[in-house]
Write a protein that binds this ligand. Structure first.
Ligand code: LLP
Length: 422
């Protein structure tokens, strides 16, 4: 459920007419609903607790939406942060999320990043390989600290979804095998700079079937039991993120309640603190990208190109993953639907949001919303074609605030400097 709906023929976010934001802030612009973010977080938390899973750490995957106001909205409810860089750690801290609720993942952490994570006392560093374990040990000893480490396992399951975002097969770059995890965990327990606190997995993103998740989680349970049988202490099991969301045309993904019940069954009796790293399921349907129609280019041979002021640099998912985003006019006009190719102004054929989409009739100047753009939308945007980053707006009830303003062209130019010989 989300808080974007037509009221009096106009698309609103909570109690704010989206056309008002488009007019006052300009387009393209990302708009997020506080109520939807809060609802998705609390539904997940309540489902997990309701399934008997005590005191879960829900670490929002900052890569999905790294806006500090969004992070603060979730952090105020008790959310932690799953981060993959020093930049994301700094964003989480800036949002008031304490180190003890930060989980540091990622296959290639630098020495400086590990040192920073240790200085701010993150809850757990998810170690993805043997060389990384040694690096964490060395850096921690140099700083006179012990790193709380979890070993990230690659459970080798096929999770479906797009090949570019599947992470849980043995051929992917993430994590170590179960056998390696046992060996590394035992090694880690003898290291002066490391305390192994748990094991972690994450098998992919936009997963719409619980079966591969359940298979992976049961394997993880086996690992925890084997480690404990060897006399090693395992406090935490991090199950990653990955639950899919409805992007309108796809099969309904499992509900958070079904997901929680499945976990409750798979892990029954295993006394361990669970951690989660959800990104998309919290943020995707809490955000939209608003754009204005620049032209309707009606080709004599029959194709209608809807040329928008938003482009692939603002929302990369369709170009990168052939992703489907529902497109809704902010003020739907009466009349028979028409078929459009919806494109941006960037000089690449790939700058096509969708082809042959049936939409209510649209004219130049009309406003549209790309739905479900709150995750991996603004976070993946760039200035390609020297287009300014789209601003971000947070709505709460009848109020809205610009939480990342649109930069000026001067801001963009000021980030560069001349070479002395030019
Ligand atoms: N934890 C780890 C270690 C991850 O790699 C990811 C996502 C997550 C958690 C969060 O997964 P989620 O709950 O959001 O599915 N840019 C792509 C998605 C990439 C996901 C990468 N890892 C997209 O737009 O579909």
């Amino acid at each position: 459920m989300n808080h974007f709906e037509l009221r009096g023929g106009e698309l609103h976010c909570e109690d704010v007419n989206l056309a008002r934001i488009a007019d006052e802030v300009g387009t393209p612009v990302y708009v997020y609903s506080s109520a939807t973010l809060e609802r998705h977080y609390t539904v997940l938390r309540d489902s997990l607790v309701g399934a008997g899973l005590k005191d879960p750490l829900i670490a929002f995957a900052v890569k999905a939406n790294s806006n500090v106001a969004v992070l603060r909205t979730l952090g105020r409810l008790g959310a932690g942060a799953d981060v993959v860089s020093e930049g994301e750690i700094r964003r989480a801290l800036a949002a008031g999320i304490p180190g003890e609720r930060i989980v540091f993942s990622g296959v290639g952490k630098t020495e400086a990043e590990i040192a920073f994570a240790l200085e701010v006392d993150v809850a757990e560093i998810n170690v993805e390989s043997e060389p990384e374990l040694h690096l964490v040990n060395t850096v921690a000893q140099r700083l006179g600290k012990r790193a709380r480490a979890a070993i990230r396992v690659n459970p080798d399951v096929e999770a479906g979804g797009h090949a570019k975002i599947a992470t849980g097969k043995a051929e992917n770059k993430f994590g170590v095998s179960f056998a390696e995890a046992e060996r590394l965990y035992a090694n880690a327990s003898n290291m002066a700079g490391v305390t192994p606190v748990g094991v972690a997995c994450h098998i992919g993103s936009q997963i719409t079937d619980l079966a591969p998740m359940e298979a992976a989680f049961r394997k993880m349970r086996g690992l925890v039991e084997r480690l404990r049988a060897e006399g090693l202490s395992v406090e935490r099991l991090d199950l990653g993120g990955g639950l899919g969301v409805p992007y309108f045309n796809q099969p309904e993904p499992p509900s958070p309640a079904d997901y929680a019940q499945m976990i409750g069954r798979a892990l029954q009796g295993l006394d361990v603190q669970l951690a989660f790293e959800p990104g998309r399921m919290i943020a995707a349907n809490a955000g939209v990208l608003l754009a204005r129609v620049l032209h309707v280019n009606r080709r004599p041979e029959g194709r209608n190109f809807l040329v928008l002021d938003a482009a692939m640099n603002d929302l990369l998912r369709p170009a990168m993953y052939d992703a489907y985003h529902d497109i809704r006019p902010l003020r739907p006009r009466d009349g028979a639907p028409e078929t459009y190719d919806v494109v941006g102004p960037v000089c690449e054929t790939g700058d096509t949001f969708t082809r042959d989409r049936q939409l209510p009739p649209l004219e130049a100047g009309d406003l549209i919303a790309f739905m479900s753009a709150g995750a991996y939308g603004a976070a993946m945007s760039s200035e390609y074609n020297s287009r300014l980053l789209a601003p971000e707006v947070l709505v709460r009830g009848a109020d809205f605030a610009v939480v990342r303003p649109r930069p000026t062209y001067q801001d963009m130019l000021d980030r560069e400097q001349p070479a002395p010989w030019l």
